[in-house]
Design a protein around this ligand. Sequence first.
Ligand SMILES: Cc1cc2nc3c(=O)[nH]c(=O)nc-3n(C[C@H](O)[C@H](O)[C@H](O)COP(=O)(O)OP(=O)(O)OC[C@H]3O[C@@H](n4cnc5c(N)ncnc54)[C@H](O)[C@@H]3O)c2cc1C
Length: 376
Amino acid sequence: MCAATAGYRGKSVLVIEHTRKIGRKILMSGGGRCNFTNIHNSPANFLSENPHFCKSALKRYPATQFIELVERHGIEFHEKTLGQLFCNESSKEILQLLLTECEWAGVELVSETRVEKIAAEANGFHLLTSGGEMRCDSLVIATGGLSIPNGGATAFAFDVARQFGLKVLDTRAALVPFTLQPADLEYIKPLSGIAHPVSVSCNGTRFEESMLFTHRGLSGPAILQISSYWNPGDSIEIDLFPDLNLEEWLKSQRDQRPKAELKTVLSGVMSKRVVQTLCDHWKFDGTLAELSNKRLAQIAEQFHHWQLKPSGMEGYRTAEVTLGGIDTDELSSKTMEAKKQPGLFFIGECVDVTGHLGGHNFQWAWASGVAAGQAV
Ligand SMILES: Cc1cc2nc3c(=O)[nH]c(=O)nc-3n(C[C@H](O)[C@H](O)[C@H](O)COP(=O)(O)OP(=O)(O)OC[C@H]3O[C@@H](n4cnc5c(N)ncnc54)[C@H](O)[C@@H]3O)c2cc1C
């Protein structure tokens, strides 16, 4: 986005990629269909030490503009859920859109090229690369975060930032599954592969989406979202019936079918295997008639406020994004240019702006890219 924007302005642009394949994360994204933006995208969908930093770029290049671009390229798409837009066919179409725009804008791309050394010169930069020496007036670092290291992710952006004296905030994996303590995993592991709609909260933030039990712990959209707000040692609270007042519902069921087993009744509104496993673990048993109002309240409390303390997160190997990164205080929110080093720009995921799941991270990549592309 940055290269094409600058190219259309008549700039001579070279994109340097160190792997063989350009745009690998686009290809991997959205299960192969690229969740390329979100129609509800707003600054509220981002985590950053400075929540105001992303506003300017997102306002000047909102989701509607990327949608227009997608439409102009004849790519068919659909809203999956919660404003998330996916290609009908394949992520390859989004990568092709960007490559086509770059071609039209006269951008040159080289792959399998490493940048060995960067030195600032009067009015520009001198680069030593595996493809030879180069000079440029402006240098834009768009090398992303640390997630999926075997897909080409490096700490390059952070190293360059430090080289030029810019502060880099601590980074950690985000939008990532949780691992569980052995004692919890023992009873949860057999549920691996089952998804259930939940509301999950941690440190005052709540997400209502689907949760997936895995052989290592918990995943699914609700869990990935809350992982961005979790710190080691924190508990998460899971409401397994976010749309039901379980206590009242169980009481009415008891009036209607007193001889029915609790597990049988719950299996009408939740996976039978989940009910069996959790009721066995929590020692909830008996027919509804055998359960007092006090006991029903305890049962409802447990299902609505299940407290779990994850042992950790799966890490960068499976994380969708990197939280933290280049301190936004070091950059202009209008242009993404480093305040201390004229001509040096940082865009996309390497900046301390991290989106929620659902197309927001790409929207930030597009918007920050355009902001820099208009300024280089
Ligand atoms: C599995 C997965 C699925 C995702 N799905 C979605 C989704 O559906 N929607 C969404 O909004 N977000 C999604 N994301 C997040 C999204 O992919 C990223 O936030 C986004 O790609 C960041 O864009 P970027 O340009 O900053 O960095 P990247 O897309 O990571 O691009 C950085 C590029 O720089 C290259 N590079 C790295 N180091 C060097 C170096 N030293 N020299 C030269 N080149 C280098 C890399 O090889 C890479 O090609 C997903 C992420 C993952 C891992």
